[in-house]
Design a protein around this ligand. Structure first.
Ligand code: AMP
Length: 380
């Protein structure tokens, strides 16, 4: 017998994460209805139905609610009031509390620290005049300043050094609330993904190792090349976090690994994550399938990894270097169907599978990867 499940999944947001969840839902016999402000986006092309509307358009949102059994989202910057409105009509997973925490970097860091997850030292900035006191508070001569809201892929952040003009810095960042963060001299950046179902059962992926180019994820190495006990600790932190927010759904935790072995949390994504795309090809049950399963009330899947992997993001400027992957062994190509390509825009990704525990890929494939990374300035 097929397990009891919500049959109509509503997803707020129409990008690639929604697309890959909708594809996973289709495989499970679940119909996806996308709600997005932009037409012809990546998710619309593969979903059963799409409503085009703003997140503030309560009438449209209500009609969307009436047509689905459960609602989730593929990006976190949806007004929390909209999530709360939907919750009056249909369940939303993950719920408004997690969205509220992750929409604001100060709330996010406070929450992490309150539940015992360490982060870089930080201080809040509410005006240009708070900048120097904030640096003093964290005991640093330079720091990273980030807008508390709407920052992603390095947008809305810059390095500030004592002596730089505070008013210019404040204006450059849009004269809005900021967080001042100690610069972590990390040895590498890792992330992990955790899924949790309505019964509290969890499935963990990673940790994986992430390399960025211009603050945008460039390459994910699976698994992260870190000691076993560090990996186990990362898993503990994710479980602690998922339980603390009573997660139903999927979340990702980005972390810095310090040279002394400490793990500092950087950011929570209350959704599937770019650093988990490899799970589509290297696991029987991907992060996207877990997303659908957990929010729709299906049993959580087994997160076992049958292969190691390298995931390469394909940005607009990388498109001319993708062709050789079509003939490469164990290369899995994914495009998101975006109509317009731009520098820095995520157009797709390629996952290259490797035998578990074997560092080497097939030499020809290795050459293709190196060429791809070489063009990006990442020598691999
Ligand atoms: P974020 O938008 O917070 O994810 O930051 C984007 C990238 O900036 C991270 O992946 C890091 O490479 C870098 N970064 C952010 N915060 C810090 C920090 N406190 N110390 C060092 N590097 C950071």
């Amino acid at each position: 017998m097929i397990p009891q499940t919500s049959k109509r999944l509503g997803i707020l947001g129409g990008g690639q994460l929604g697309r890959m969840s909708a594809l996973a839902a289709a495989n499970l016999g679940i119909r996806t209805h996308i709600y997005t402000p932009e037409s012809n986006g990546p998710a619309e092309q593969v979903a059963c139905k799409t409503t085009i509307g703003n997140y503030e358009n309560i009438n449209k949102i209500k009609m969307f609610c009436d047509e689905v059994d459960v609602v989730s989202y593929e990006f976190e910057n949806i007004p929390v009031e909209t999530i709360r409105f939907i919750q009056k009509h249909k369940p939303v997973y993950p719920d408004d509390r997690l969205i509220e925490i992750t929409q604001h970097r100060v709330r996010e860091k406070s929450f992490l620290n309150d539940i015992g997850i360490p982060t870089a030292k930080w201080a809040e900035i509410k005006s240009a005049d708070d900048i120097i006191p904030a640096l003093n508070a964290i005991g640093a001569r330079e720091a990273i300043l980030k807008t508390t809201r709407f920052g992603y892929d390095g947008k809305g952040q810059l390095k500030y050094k004592l002596g730089d003009d505070i008013y210019e810095t404040w204006a450059k960042l849009g004269a809005t609330e900021l967080i001042c963060e100690d610069i972590v001299p990390f040895s590498c950046e890792i992330s992990a993904i955790i899924a949790r179902d309505r019964l509290g059962q969890m499935a963990f992926y990673g940790p994986v190792q992430n390399e960025h180019r211009n603050h945008i994820l460039s390459r994910t190495i699976v698994p992260a090349q870190i000691p076993e006990r560090t990996a186990a600790h990362a898993r503990k932190l994710c479980e602690l976090l998922a339980e603390a927010v009573d997660l139903t759904g999927v979340l990702a935790l980005e972390m810095f690994l310090c040279p002394d072995g400490r793990l500092l949390a950087n950011e929570i994504a209350p959704r599937t994550h770019n650093s988990g795309h490899w799970t589509i090809n290297a696991c029987a049950c991907s992060q996207f399938e877990q997303h659908v399963r957990t929010v729709c009330g299906l049993p959580i899947g087994v997160p076992a990894r049958h292969s190691d992997a390298v995931m390469l993001n394909v940005l607009g400027e990388d498109l001319p270097y993708v062709a050789p992957f079509y003939e490469a062994k164990n290369a899995c190509i994914h495009f998101y169907g975006k109509q317009e390509s731009r520098t820095g825009r995520k157009m797709g990704h390629v996952t290259i599978l490797k035998e578990r525990g074997q560092n080497d890929t097939d030499p020809a494939t290795d050459g293709i990867i190196r060429k791809f990374l070489g063009h990006t300035g990442n020598s691999g």
